[in-house]
Design a protein around this ligand. Structure first.
Ligand code: BTN
Length: 237
């Protein structure tokens, strides 16, 4: 593929850009197609949660990638690294990744990633970036404290930066992706507890070659957690 950003469908209001991108992918839209919207009425988040943002104040972005190949196995890690790079190229922030793929600035969630796929045909890479949402505009029930990257950032500039970064990172080798992710791992050396998969607590010890989270228990045992299996909690620094 040559990159993300064309064709580009921009909508004033849609239920979910991921849903529209899925429909387009099923109908044969080419890899690289993106869908953006001013507003979503039924934005989707990970593990069945929703995702909402006031109109025009967040980048609501979905991109089609296809066909999927074995080299895309680490896509869920490559995408948040691309989001970090894109944000850092348009705003004065340092981004980190809270496993599996939340993007944090200053310990607050600024962007989320939802990848939906029908292998081997296509994946829809859904990304929501909080740009100009004021602290009192975030829903009261957000799971992690949320933040915006700043009202001075133009959505179009961020979108273009994201298309560029994604185009590079979806083609990166596993070694490069793992290195990029590990350099931004917000959970490394942090006390963590989790529910699901037996539950437990320990200290973040990085990710393995497949992108599972490693946690070291007090007794020294290394536990590997898959993203679909667990809900994390972490102690504030
Ligand atoms: C999460 O952190 O739970 C993932 C949030 C992903 C939200 C984006 S907004 C654009 C795209 N369309 C959706 O319905 N969801 C993703």
């Amino acid at each position: 593929m040559s990159g993300f950003g064309a064709p580009h469908l921009h909508l004033r209001s849609i239920d979910s850009t991921n849903e529209r991108a899925r429909e387009l992918a099923e109908a044969g839209a080419p890899s690289g197609t993106i869908v953006t919207a001013e507003e979503q009425t039924a934005g989707r988040g990970r593990v069945g949660r929703g995702w909402s943002a006031p109109p025009g104040k967040a980048l609501l972005f979905s991109a089609i990638l296809g066909p999927l190949e074995p080299r895309h196995a680490l896509l869920p890690l490559a995408v948040p690294v691309a989001v970090c790079e894109a944000i850092e190229s348009v705003a004065e922030h340092e981004c980190r990744i809270k496993w599996p793929n939340d993007v944090w600035i200053d310990e607050r969630k600024a962007a989320g990633v939802l990848i939906e796929a029908r292998p081997p045909n296509w994946a829809v890479i859904g990304i929501g970036v909080n740009v100009a949402i004021a602290p009192d505009e975030f829903p009261a029930d957000v799971r992690w404290p949320a933040a915006s990257i700043g009202p001075e950032v133009e959505l179009a500039e961020l979108r273009e930066a994201l298309c560029g970064a994604l185009s590079e990172w979806v083609q990166a080798t596993d070694t490069t992706v793992l290195e990029g992710y590990r350099g931004r791992d917000a959970l490394a050396d942090r006390p963590i507890s989790w529910e699901g998969s037996g539950g437990g607590e320990g200290v973040g010890a990085g990710i393995d070659e497949r992108g599972n989270l490693l946690v070291e228990r007090a007794d020294g045992e290394l536990v590997s957690l898959g993203s679909g299996e667990v809900a994390l909690r972490l102690a504030q620094p």
